[in-house]
Design a protein around this ligand. Structure first.
Ligand SMILES: Cc1cc2nc3c(=O)[nH]c(=O)nc-3n(C[C@H](O)[C@H](O)[C@H](O)COP(=O)(O)OP(=O)(O)OC[C@H]3O[C@@H](n4cnc5c(N)ncnc54)[C@H](O)[C@@H]3O)c2cc1C
Length: 488
């Protein structure tokens, strides 16, 4: 049995902690905040409740797996419902499209709305599923920095079918080659934002992402997104993981190339294994200042960040669903602003999430809890006060126009998050939502590995390292770490 310290209690850390505990190790989780969950936080005001971070839940079986490790029935502790409608889309030209969770119905509806042959859409989704099947277990479930990964049967299969993966093209090029309707191309280009990237840069292999929505489905957890981390925290407590809150780690300690423990603001904990679940940039700069940092890896382009308004809206809207997107008129200009000019686009696409559609307890009667998000660059010293004010004006105008309302008159509660606040709350370098962007064909290989080459016993999980950001991938990072560490 080894003593393991997991630093941070984001979703990746929780997965590592639970998996290592299930392998028989003695596990302590050290968290700087007063509660678990990192980006999966919650805000309440005037009878409204908002999940402040992630709102889209896919691959819920990755969470279930953690309960099963302890022979617990996940359904006794954590529940979720599949959503019949994945997302409602709105365009400025008046087009509206409700994306049905059933593939057959999606293809039928999309063919009618976008005037594209149904078979073409079905073929695109079938290719998307094939790309996922060929690569998921290789890229998402294993370390890309271990030789054994490349000698597996799965690796051989992927190499043989390399041509089908669309790696040399961009996502936009794949979508433009597949469809002629610009709105449908924009709909499929949107999947680049799943990991905070640009469809004009991210490789075509990202066209596998619709599979997550279409083949596996989108879900809403009972009690909201926050219930994911709360149920995993409770699972850990029931099974002997020790949690320490309001305790910031200040250094990772080692001697002769081997981990010795972790020092926090309150004291020293000895350990043979340390898993850092915080942003890799801060792991090196704050906790390992004397160690040579992998500057190329840490200096990679970051994923996008966001400005988010949490609005209590005193009206309900039957035309809206749990997830809604109001597209910009010029998507290329929008991503150019975010990734090249490091500015807010003047016509940002708006993502509107309303969890009270799934759980009426999240808002007072006849009201809705709006989570209104636009993608913006990471913090490089821009004037965020001004950008937030400009974003608010643009969003209110666009939503008022699209929904034929005066939104200003309907907002009765407001809270705002921007890249600076995201970094302050979760130590995410420059406020990026998903660690580094996937804006190049090599991004997957350039992410920080899940282990240290320099210190024996040091491991990494969470959104800033392999396989990347987002709840499902962070959960997988925890699994990869645990797979690298032998049973106690
Ligand atoms: C606004 C927003 C929307 C998003 N939307 C989605 C979505 O819809 N779907 C999706 O799947 N993903 C989404 N994401 C991404 C997802 O939230 C993240 O990829 C994921 O939650 C990151 O988890 P993590 O394990 O890296 O830890 P984090 O959540 O980053 O948590 C890190 C933890 O470490 C703690 N910590 C930091 N430094 C120290 C220290 N020195 N000592 C102790 N503790 C420390 C922090 O307090 C924090 O609790 C979104 C993110 C944001 C911000």
């Amino acid at each position: 049995m080894s003593h393991v310290i997991v630093i941070g209690s984001g979703i990746g850390s929780l997965a590592s902690a639970l998996r290592l505990r299930a392998k028989g190790h003695k596990v302590k989780v050290i968290e700087a905040n007063e509660k678990v969950g990192g980006k999966l936080d919650v805000h309440r005001s005037m009878g409204y409740r908002w999940d402040t971070g992630p709102s889209l839940f896919t691959m819920p079986h990755f969470v279930d797996e953690l309960f099963k490790l302890f022979n617990e029935n996940p359904r006794e502790h954590f529940n979720y419902q599949k959503q019949p409608i994945v997302c409602n889309y709105f365009w400025e030209d008046g087009t509206r499209f409700s994306s049905n969770a059933q593939t057959e119905k999606f293809c039928e509806d999309a063919a009618k709305t976008f005037n594209e042959p149904k078979q073409k859409i079905a073929d695109y989704l079938a290719k998307s599923a094939l790309k996922y099947d060929l690569t998921a277990s290789l890229f998402l479930e294993k370390s890309l920095h271990k030789f054994s990964t490349y000698t597996s049967i799965q690796a051989a299969k992927s190499v043989l079918k390399m041509g089908k993966l669309d790696i040399p093209s961009t996502l936009n090029e794949v979508n433009e080659a597949s469809f002629s309707n610009p709105n449908l191309i924009q709909l499929f280009n949107r999947f680049a934002t799943y990991n905070g990237s640009s469809p004009y840069k991210t490789p075509g292999i990202m066209s596998m992402i619709p599979t997550l929505e279409m083949q596996f489905g989108t879900f809403y957890p009972q009690g909201g997104m926050r219930s994911i981390v709360e149920s995993l925290h409770a699972l850990g407590e029931r099974n002997g993981v020790e949690f320490f809150f309001n305790e910031k780690a200040t250094s990772i300690d080692y001697s002769k190339g081997k981990i010795t423990g972790v020092t926090t603001e309150k004291g020293f904990y000895n350990a043979e294994i340390v898993v850092s679940g915080i942003d890799a940039f801060y792991t090196y700069t704050s906790l390992l200042p004397k160690l040579k940092a992998p500057t190329k890896t840490l200096g990679q382009e970051k994923s996008s960040s966001a400005i988010i308004f949490y609005w209590g809206v005193k009206k309900s809207f039957p035309e809206l669903d749990l997830h809604n997107i109001f597209f910009s008129e010029n998507y290329r200009e929008e991503f150019d602003a975010i990734f090249n000019q490091k500015k807010r686009s003047k016509d940002s696409t708006i993502y509107l999430n309303i969890s009270s559609k799934a759980d009426s307890n999240d808002a007072p009667q006849k009201c809705e809890n709006w989570f209104v998000m636009i993608n913006v660059p990471t913090n490089e010293g821009q004037n965020w006060k001004q950008l937030v004010a400009e974003a608010k004006t643009q969003i209110i105008e666009k939503l008022s126009r699209s929904l034929n309302i005066n939104l200003n008159e309907l907002i009765e509660s407001e809270e705002v998050l921007d890249p600076v606040k995201i970094e302050l709350k979760t130590s995410s370098h420059q406020g990026s939502l998903y660690g580094s962007a996937s804006n190049s064909k090599f991004s997957a290989f350039l992410r920080h590995p899940n282990f240290s080459n320099q210190i024996k016993g040091l491991y990494f999980c969470g959104g800033s390292v392999h396989p990347g950001g987002g709840i499902p991938l962070c959960l997988k990072s925890g699994q990869i770490v645990a797979d690298l560490i032998p049973e106690a």
